[in-house]
Design a protein around this ligand. Structure first.
Ligand code: UD1
Ligand code: MG
Length: 451
């Protein structure tokens, strides 16, 4: 069965008190909206429509950056959730199959839950997603009659008896796409909020003899974000889940609470992650790799057996092969390090290719930027870069070549050659002591002036 995804993201999010549209506030390094889109993507939808309004330009740009096939539908004035869904009609014209409605500010819905909703569609025309609320507050209430969902009543419009119901509406709904739009046409706004409620389609459907039901999920999945405090709580929840999942995957942590994940962090079995490690987006750490304390990684790949840190920084495009060593205060960016390469202390390696088993000495720098363009450095397998070498890119150091410590390398170094590019040393016997004596005596003479 083909599926369309409708993600509502037009709301203002007043309580965020922000210039950034609410759905673009990040959780674990990705906008909330992207979390919702990723959950929906697990159903392999044929079409995706994001309904935008407040900050539409920015929201659409973020959606397209995530997936260029996403279509946007504008809702210029926010007249309610049914009105929002109605805006998707033109984009989904001709779609033959189901539609599922998600909210852009509800980032934790699990793909498995959405799959259960699709399964439930085999016995009902509409499927709503509910949850047993610890504190039902102002959520819409699901009025059930056995398996059948009778209607959804918004808190503002509910009777005391209905408010006592704890089975609440998450907002997620699944139905045949044409049916969904037909039902929405019949929804009015004669209610306490004066809005077109999506929830009203249940009552309309029942009146037309259609079958509606609801399935339940964990309340945590339905957590929405309306304020900065809720955003922080959502971040904490995400991190707690990511840590729990990593334990299941066989990862060891010395202090799990001090390790921060991104939405897409991948850690292999038997990886060891020390204290205070931060994973930015796009990190894969393979089995058995060891990330030592206080390291910061983003957009990089660490192969098995590699040891990174403590205090290392891997930036986007860092590709570390098996058994590579990257030590303290080393930054690697857009560079590949072949098996067994070592950069152990205080170095910058950017826009470079390091051959297998090469060794980059302490304090070395690939000088990759001329102020306008970036240039590449190539270091051959088995090469030895002496401490404090400045490699002025573009430059190549051949296999098994060496550079003398403190060299400024501006020309290619052939395989097996030693390059020395530094001033020759001059030594003056006894001069240091004589100079110091001179300085001291001149200081004593000028004592009065100095005070
Ligand atoms: C909605 C549900 C309520 C449910 C609750 C769960 C309705 C009428 N009510 O209420 O039953 O318990 O969610 O959180 O559906 N949006 C638009 N355009 C609009 C209005 C809303 O895009 O015109 C978007 C919002 O940006 C948000 C989502 O739809 O992502 C839900 O809107 P919101 O105003 O938060 O609905 P609730 O009043 O919370
Ligand atoms: Mg809400």
């Amino acid at each position: 069965m083909t599926l369309a995804l409708i993600v509502l993201a037009a709301g203002k999010g007043t309580r965020m008190n922000s210039d950034l549209p609410k759905v673009l506030h990040p959780i674990a390094g990705a906008p909330m909206l992207v979390h919702a889109l990723r959950a929906g993507a697990a159903l392999e939808p044929e079409r995706i429509c994001v309904v935008t309004g407040h900050g539409a330009g920015a929201v659409e740009a973020a959606a397209l950056e995530h997936d260029p096939d996403i279509k946007a539908a504008r809702q210029d004035t926010q007249l309610g959730t049914a009105h929002a869904v109605a805006q998707a009609r033109a984009v989904l014209e001709g779609h033959d199959g189901d539609a599922i409605v998600l909210y852009g500010d509800t980032p934790f819905i699990q793909p498995e839950t959405l799959k259960r909703m699709i399964e439930a569609r085999s016995s009902a025309d509409l499927v709503a997603l509910g949850f047993d609320a610890a504190d039902p507050g102002r959520y819409g209430r699901l009025v059930m009659d056995g398996e059948a969902l009778e209607r959804i009543v918004e808190f503002k419009d509910a009777t005391e008896e209905e408010r006592a119901i704890t089975f609440c509406n998450s907002g997620v709904i699944a139905a045949d796409c044409d049916t969904l739009f037909d039902l929405i046409d019949a929804v009015g706004n004669d209610n306490a909020a004066g809005e077109y409620y999506l929830t009203d389609i249940i009552g309309v459907a029942r009146a037309r003899g259609l079958r509606a039901t609801a399935i339940a999920c964990d309340e945590a999945e339905t957590l929405g974000v309306n304020s900065r405090a809720e955003l922080a709580a959502a971040e904490a929840l995400f991190q707690a889940r990511a840590r729990a999942a990593a334990f299941e995957d066989g990862v060891t942590f010395y202090a799990p609470g001090s390790v921060f994940f991104s939405f897409d962090t991948v850690l292999g079995r038997d990886a060891l992650i020390e204290q205070n490690v931060v994973f930015g987006p796009g990190v894969t750490v393979e089995s058995g790799a060891h990330i030592r304390a206080f390291s910061h990684l983003e957009g990089c790949h660490v192969a098995r057996g590699a040891i990174v840190g403590p205090y290392a920084r891997l930036r986007p495009g860092a590709e570390l092969a098996e058994d590579v060593r990257v030590g303290n205060f080393v930054e690697i960016k857009n560079a590949s390090l072949d098996a067994g390469a070592k950069v152990n202390h205080l170095s910058y390696v950017g826009d470079a290719d390091l051959g297998a088993g090469c060794n980059v000495g302490a304090g070395s720098v690939t000088c990759n930027y001329d102020g306008v363009r970036k240039h590449r450095t190539q270091i051959g397998a088995g090469a030895f870069i002496g401490s404090g070498t400045m490699l002025i890119a573009p430059v190549t150091v051949g296999e098994d070549a060496m550079t003398g410590s403190g060299s400024v390398i501006t020309q290619d170094v052939p395989d097996g050659a030693l390059a020395l590019a530094r001033a020759r040393q001059i030594t003056k016997p006894g001069l240091a002591r004589r100079l110091m004596a001179m300085f001291r005596s001149s200081k004593e003479t000028n004592h009065e002036e100095a005070i």
